[in-house]
Design a protein around this ligand. Structure first.
Ligand code: GLY
Length: 253
C-alpha cells in the first residue's frame, strides 16, 4: 500500500517540453487544471500529496517520476538520459530529504529515467532504452541489492520508457501493450492486453487497489474493471502531448 505521493507543478515552460507526438503543443492553463485533478485523484486513493513548486528552468520537470525512485529503505536520485532533463534532479533531491531516507544518486556515465523502472514486489524490471543505459541499471542494482531487491534489464524496441508500454497492477497482473504482451520475461503474469488504438492507456497506475486510467480510453478501462479493479479516469491530454503518462506525474510510496 502507498501512503504518500510527491508531484511537481507544471512550469509555464512546459510548452517547450520534449515531444515526439503529433498531438500539438500543450495548453499550459489546461495542463494546470489537469494537474489539479490528478492531485485530487491521488488524494482520493488515500495518499498524502506533497506538491513541489514549478521548476521554470526545466520544461519537462512536471514528469517527476523520471528523476527519483523511492523505496522504504532509500531514495534514489536518477541521472536522466536526455541532457535537457538532467538538471531536474537538483531540486528533487533537495525536496526528498524530508522523507528521512538516505538519498543515493546515480552517477556518470550511468543514465536512468525512473519511467523505465517497474517494481514487482522485491524485483525491479528496468527498461534498457534511449534514456537508461546498462551502467545506470548496474548502479541501481548495486544500490538496491543490499536491501534485498533484485534488478533485471528489459531491452526496449518501440517505446520511450518501459512503463510507456507496461504497468504492474499488483495481484500478479500486468497491463501490457505491443512488445510486452508476449514478452518472455512476463510469461508468468496474467497479461491484460491493451489494443493498439489505446496504447497510451498501457500507462495506468495501481494505487491501493484502485487503478488510475487516462480519460478517453474506455476499452482499457473496461478491461481493467473486468478484472476486479476500481478504476478512476483522469484527463491528462496535455501531458500526453509531451509523451508523458499518468505515472510520470508523481512519485508514489
Ligand atoms: N517529454 C518527456 C520526455 O521526453 O522525457
Amino acid at each position: 500500500m502507498f501512503t504518500s505521493a510527491v508531484v511537481k507543478r507544471p512550469c509555464s515552460n512546459l510548452v517547450n517540453g520534449i515531444r515526439s507526438t503529433n498531438l500539438g503543443v500543450p495548453d499550459f492553463a489546461r495542463a494546470c487544471r489537469q494537474h489539479d485533478t490528478y492531485i485530487a485523484a491521488l488524494e482520493a486513493c488515500g495518499l498524502s500529496v506533497t506538491v513541489l513548486a514549478p521548476d521554470e528552468g526545466f520544461a519537462d520537470s512536471v514528469f517527476i517520476e523520471d528523476t527519483c525512485l523511492v523505496t522504504n529503505e532509500c531514495t534514489v536520485i536518477t541521472r536522466p538520459g536526455h541532457p535537457a532533463r538532467r538538471g531536474e534532479t537538483r531540486s528533487v533531491a533537495q525536496a526528498m530529504v524530508r522523507f528521512n531516507r538516505p538519498v543515493i544518486e546515480i552517477t556518470a556515465p550511468g543514465t536512468l529515467d525512473a519511467g523505465d523502472v517497474m517494481r514487482v514486489d522485491h524485483h525491479f524490471y528496468v527498461g534498457l532504452s534511449d534514456r537508461t543505459n546498462a551502467e545506470g541499471i548496474g548502479q541501481l542494482a548495486q544500490i538496491l541489492g543490499p536491501f534485498g531487491y533484485t534488478v533485471s534489464a528489459i531491452a526496449l524496441t518501440s517505446v520511450l520508457h518501459l512503463k510507456t508500454g507496461v504497468s504492474y497492477l499488483e495481484n500478479n497482473c500486468m497491463l501490457a501493450w505491443g512488445e510486452f504482451v508476449s514478452h518472455p520475461e512476463f510469461a508468468g503474469f496474467t497479461i491484460l492486453a491493451v489494443d493498439d488504438d489505446e496504447a497510451y492507456a498501457a500507462n495506468s497506475v495501481w494505487i491501493n487497489d484502485r487503478v488510475l486510467v487516462p480519460e478517453g480510453f474506455e476499452k482499457t478501462r473496461a478491461l481493467i474493471a473486468a478484472h476486479g479493479y476500481d478504476t478512476l479516469a483522469v484527463d491528462v491530454s496535455e501531458f500526453q502531448k509531451l509523451d508523458g503518462g499518468l505515472s510520470c506525474l508523481s512519485l508514489r510510496f
